[in-house]
Ligand binder design. Structure first.
Ligand SMILES: Nc1ncnc2c1ncn2[C@@H]1O[C@H](COP(=O)(O)OP(=O)(O)OP(=O)(O)O)[C@@H](O)[C@H]1O
Ligand SMILES: N[C@@H](CCO)C(=O)O
Length: 323
């Protein structure tokens, strides 16, 4: 579920009246996503021909002081031709506003498309190309944000739940030692930009083989471009539970990326370790969420073992996968 706050028809109409988008026609809560509340809104539109928007209410995990960074990034990437939703500014020119004094909301362009469950090589190629285009466009973004989920943070997060890990799965505690090796071998001075850091299939909208939307930039930060590619590789090129690697999808993703931006030799060489660091990132956050979320909560817990299986593949075959 992903509507945590009830908004009445009157609340929504009053909110929409702050924007120059016509009058509210309908509002539907969106079930996908776990961090924020999202609604699809339909209005009469500025010209009376109807328009559609996403209304996001920021519920947790987002520090309000960082909201301008995320929303400015959407506008920057959109203005550079990327399929990224731009923000709709209110009548005072603001890209976000407070609702009921304690929740921030933003109105965002609605983009068409659906998230794919089992990507084809052609779709992975398109996503790789879009990621590289995003990296290049983000080089000119004037704002910065530190990567709070860096490799050391992720290792420390995993270590902090050391006692509970074996209760989730007997293999999980071994990942601490693996994580220590990743930290030790972490490559420094790779080319950086603003990276998405979470470009999973559910954060990409597609129509056929065309990318129509890159969404959910709320983990974006400064970081190594090749690390973002490694996260995307881990997210796109396996079955959901990590049990099967799809080499054709992986090759297509890498080719798609490099059709726009060639990796430097030092980035190529770093891919196996970066892919393992991506696995550490999601093993750690999923293990923490698993422990923090009661089994009877109305949220499906994501299994950290899905990324232990991926990690096994990268640890054993990394050099060959990215050759
Ligand atoms: N600009 C958009 N255009 C069309 N649909 C969108 C847009 N933004 C979000 N959505 C829809 O809303 C859903 C939830 O959005 P999003 O992933 O940003 O939510 P979230 O709660 O922040 O997610 P997460 O749990 O991944 O952090 C998406 O899966 C997509 O279906
Ligand atoms: N995409 C992440 C959730 C956001 O950190 C996961 O699947 O674990």
């Amino acid at each position: 579920m992903a509507v945590y706050t009830h908004l009445s028809a009157e609340d929504l109409a009053a909110l929409i009246a702050q924007y120059d988008v016509g009058e509210l026609v309908s509002a539907k809560g969106i079930a996908e996503g776990v961090s924020n509340s999202n609604w699809i809104l339909e209005t009469t539109g500025q010209d009376g021909n109807g328009a559609r928007f996403i209304l996001t209410m920021y519920e947790r995990r987002i520090d309000l002081a960082e909201l301008p960074f995320f929303l400015d990034l959407l506008d920057h990437l959109s203005s550079h031709g990327l399929p990224v939703p731009h923000t709709i500014h209110d009548r005072h020119g603001a890209s976000w506003r407070m609702f009921d004094q304690d929740k921030a909301v933003a109105l965002i362009e609605y983009l068409p498309g659906v998230s794919v469950d089992r990507p084809t090589p052609q779709q992975a190629h398109a996503v790789g190309a879009s990621l590289a285009q995003m990296h290049i466009a983000a080089l000119e973004f004037g704002e910065t944000r530190e990567d709070k989920l860096n490799v050391l943070h992720n290792l420390t997060a995993l270590q902090s739940c050391r006692e509970e890990l074996a209760h989730i799965d007997p293999r999980l505690p071994e990942m601490i030692e693996r994580g220590q090796r990743i930290c030790r071998d972490w490559p420094t001075s790779l080319p950086e930009t603003i990276i998405h850091s979470d470009l999973f299939p559910d954060n990409v909208l597609m129509l056929g083989e065309t990318v129509t939307g890159l969404i959910d930039f709320y983990f974006a930060s400064n970081g190594a471009m090749a690390y973002d590619l490694a996260v995307t590789h881990a997210a796109w090129c396996f079955d959901r539970d990590g049990s099967k690697f799809h080499a054709d999808v992986g090759d297509a993703l890498m080719q798609g990326y490099q059709s726009v931006r060639a990796l430097e030799p030092r980035e190529n060489a770093a891919m196996p370790i970066l892919a393992q660091a991506a696995c550490l990132r999601f093993v750690a956050s999923r293990a923490q969420d698993w422990i923090d979320t009661p089994p009877d909560a109305h949220v499906t817990r994501k299994d950290p073992m899905d990324f232990v299986r991926r990690w096994d593949v990268y640890a054993e075959m990394g050099d060959r996968l990215f050759a």
